[in-house]
Design a protein around this ligand. Structure first.
Ligand code: NCD
Length: 359
């Protein structure tokens, strides 16, 4: 595999629009690096969802697990997570383990050479000396882009997967959200034509930003953004929705929109981005989902949350079959395994094996 980014200077790359950048991140129809949601086409989302389902079913049997476990046993992945994480970190670990990959990790720069003053560029180049894939979560929005380019100029241009970058993007969370929606609407004509409602801190929630963009690849999906004014979704996202011809609505009325939604995507307040504690819990108190709201929710809609939750969904709601957030979390493991398998080109082998087991 050659890294398509190696042909361009950093300054020229930065000047490009997102769709042009996306072309330089793909290699023979697959992702070389995973940086942002705009890289994924509808076709690609269908392929990855189908592969995730094959892997999920295969993993139910001992033979299937054994087959999956040798697919990437010759590859190693590095998890470089300098921002707090439980689910994303563990689901990437589990996804790599399903495929037999060995894993290494740095989670705290205080115990790496960054503490001695090493640059992030040198740290990432160091990881690429020992590993074949770098999965990276960072508080800095543009860092994944920069590191992907830096590696592309090196002797070992290994792929980088963005596991959350600043307030900006969380493309693999959006993939698992899409996979959850695909599964939830499997018997209802898929995601096309559905109304998806986002609630909470839409200004700083990167999962909302990435999912909102992926939803533009579906036909006639309506998006409703429900938040207090200070936490409403950014214009940069709305501009992209308009350009894609997506129908959207901005609202602060949580109760009113609930019956209209096929899926409700709740989010927490992202206090870590407050400069001086300016976002109080009160500002979001009216945007919490309780058992009382279940009555307003239509019988076949679903309630989602990227987690962690901080009171936006009462635990009393968990028992309702429309609350799919625990399944959503587990879907992260399957879709991340599918993504990595596909990036490393063992997807055809997995699909062929599943068909032969099925015979
Ligand atoms: C999200 C994140 O890190 O952006 N968490 C996750 O990866 N599931 C959402 C959040 O932290 O609120």
């Amino acid at each position: 595999m050659t890294c398509p980014l190696s042909t361009i200077t950093w300054n020229d790359f930065q000047e490009l629009g997102l769709s042009e950048k996306a072309k330089l991140l793909q290699e023979s129809g697959r992702e070389f690096h995973v940086m942002f949601a705009q890289q994924f086409t509808r076709k690609r989302l269908d392929e990855l969802g189908a592969l995730a389902t094959v892997i999920r079913r295969m993993a139910k049997s001992r033979d299937g697990r054994r087959f999956l476990g040798q697919c990437l046993a010759h590859q190693r992945a590095m998890l470089y997570f300098t921002q707090p994480s439980s689910r994303t970190f563990l689901s990437f670990c589990a996804a790599c383990q399903i495929l037999g990959m060995q894993i290494g990790e740095v989670r705290d720069p205080a115990v790496s050479s960054e503490f001695k003053g090493e640059t992030r560029e040198d740290s990432v180049r160091t990881f690429s000396s020992y590993f074949d894939l770098i999965i990276m979560r960072t508080e800095l929005s543009g860092l994944v882009e920069r590191m992907s380019w830096v590696l592309s100029q090196s002797e070992r241009p290994v792929p980088i997967v963005n596991a959350g970058s600043g307030k900006d993007q969380h493309p693999t969370q959006a993939l698992l959200d899409i996979y959850t929606l695909q599964r939830s609407f499997e018997d209802r004509g898929g995601i096309d034509g559905k109304t998806i409602m986002f609630v909470g801190d839409l200004a700083r929630g990167r999962t909302v930003r990435s999912l909102s963009i992926l939803l533009t690849t579906y036909k006639n999906v309506r998006q409703i953004f429900v938040a207090p004014e200070s936490l409403q979704v950014g214009d940069d996202i709305l501009v992209q929705l308009s350009a894609a011809g997506t129908d959207y609505e901005i609202s602060s009325d949580f109760r009113k929109s609930i019956p209209e939604a096929d899926a409700i995507y709740m989010t927490r307040v992202q206090h870590e981005w407050d400069v001086k504690g300016e976002t109080s819990e009160d500002s979001i108190a009216d945007y919490s989902f309780t058992t009382e709201h279940l009555k307003l929710l239509s019988p076949d809609s679903v309630l989602m949350h990227p987690f962690p939750r901080k009171g936006e969904i009462s635990p009393d709601v968990d028992h309702d079959p429309r609350a799919v957030y625990w399944r959503q979390m587990r879907n992260g493991m399957w879709i991340r395994a599918a993504l990595i398998a596909s990036m490393f080109r063992c997807d055809d082998g997995i699909t062929a094996e599943s068909q032969s087991i099925g015979k």
